[in-house]
Write a protein that binds this ligand. Structure first.
Ligand code: PLP
Length: 402
């Protein structure tokens, strides 16, 4: 018998499985709305102009391929923290933010989970919104934390269950860790308003919860990196010692380069130095040190005035195209096709994803009859829609719900 004969087959990844089915479909009308990666107007992957220029600058400077330090490229992590916390941030300006480069957002969450499991003295329980990004549960569970949920999405209104959210955070044991999507909540596309964020901050303070922000879409939601950082900066201004996972996958289109950062707010420079030393001890046995190239690209863009403003324009361009697809889809469903049902959420939701409200039977029918692929929960990636396929998509949805 083989050593591995007792290894059971695991279930396929629910999101990457959608792409497999899409690839196998030979119909020319097929549409993939499963994947969480931006597509341009022609349905193609998009390499930002600012990224191409940064790569030219880098190539011309003939960089070596030496190892980075354990916590990554220091110039880059400094700029990443500035992007997230803003130039006015008190802990940033007093040098009390511990920050490390990470293997994109996933790696940042994993470092954070591992660090909290080892050093957060008060709790080993993390509360995730229901639903949340599918990878959050295994990331935190594998980090050694116990995962629980707080109410987030109201199926009835296809909006935020704010009453349920507040009740669940209030009922959580004091000092629990709470995971918050900073903007463009995945998978629902539903974010709290600024007033609601302020109330969440008050509950977090009252219950002494440990806020852990996942900011995978800064700039991608509204088109403004400042506006999308509102929740993070509000919490910091209220004195919360937040943890923060950042990703440059979406907002710089650096998906496969794996560029991210994890940071923690400490009380002063001495505490920061101690935290830094323990972050290194968490990271070193996991992967020694992070990849170089993507961090150099991000660092070049963030450090050059012209490239930075080009990048800001390109982020806004991606966000605006998605917003225009929301408007077009809403208009086609409600005005042109008079599709039964309430579709206002298509327009009010934000970011890459929309929870359509389609049932799993309807999503199955869309795949089988119309060659349109999405996750079984009815989540679509708005970035997969463009002016060439949106009418066909709307007509297919119309047929599926009638
Ligand atoms: N967090 C959320 C909410 C996400 O949607 C994603 C990507 O889809 C990530 C984190 C991490 O992505 P990456 O590891 O590619 O940065």
């Amino acid at each position: 018998v083989s050593t591995w004969s007792a290894v059971p087959a695991g279930p396929p990844d629910p999101i990457l499985g959608v792409t497999e089915a899409f690839k196998a479909d030979k119909d020319p009308r097929k549409i993939n709305l499963g994947v969480g990666a931006y597509r341009d107007e022609n349905g193609k992957p998009y390499v930002l102009g600012s990224v191409k220029k940064a790569e030219e600058i880098l190539t011309a400077s003939k960089p070596d391929k030496e190892y980075l330090p354990i916590t990554g490229l220091p110039e880059f992590t400094k700029k990443a923290a500035l992007l997230a916390y803003g130039a006015e941030s008190a802990p940033l300006n007093s040098g009390s933010i511990a920050v490390t480069q990470s293997i994109s957002g996933t790696g940042a969450l994993r470092i954070g989970g591992a660090f909290l499991a080892r050093h957060y003295p008060h709790s080993k329980v993390v509360y995730l919104p229901v639903p949340s990004w599918g990878n959050h549960t295994p990331i935190f569970r594998d980090s050694g934390l116990e995962v629980r949920g707080y109410r987030y999405f109201d199926k009835g209104t296809v909006g935020l269950d704010f009453v349920g959210l507040k009740a669940d955070l209030q009922a959580a044991p004091e000092h629990s860790i709470v995971l918050l999507h900073a903007c463009a909540h995945n998978p629902t596309g539903v974010d709290p308003t600024q007033e609601q964020w302020a109330q969440i901050s008050d509950i977090v303070k009252e219950k002494k919860l440990m806020p852990f922000f996942d900011m995978a879409y800064q700039g991608f939601a509204s088109g403004s990196t400042d506006r999308d950082a509102f929740a993070v900066r509000h919490f910091v201004s209220q004195g919360h010692q937040i943890a923060l996972a950042q990703s440059f996958a979406k907002n710089m289109g650096l998906y496969g380069e794996r560029v991210g950062a994890f940071s923690l707010i400490t009380s002063d420079a001495a505490e920061k130095a101690r935290v830094d030393s323990q972050l290194k001890i968490v990271i070193r046995p996991m992967y020694s040190n992070p990849p170089l190239h993507g961090a150099q690209i991000a660092n070049t863009i963030l450090g050059d005035k012209l490239l930075y403003s080009q990048w800001e324009g390109e982020v806004k361009g991606m966000a605006d195209r998605i917003i225009s697809m929301r408007e077009k889809l809403y208009g086609t469903l409600t005005h042109d096709l008079k599709t039964p049902g309430e579709w206002g959420h298509i327009k009010s939701q934000i970011g890459m994803f929309s929870f359509t409200g389609l049932t799993s039977a309807q999503t199955k029918a869309l795949a089988e009859k119309a060659h349109i692929y999405m996750t079984a929960d009815g989540r679509i990636s708005m970035a997969g829609l463009n002016t060439s396929n949106i009418e066909y998509f709307a007509q297919s949805v119309d047929a599926a719900v009638r």
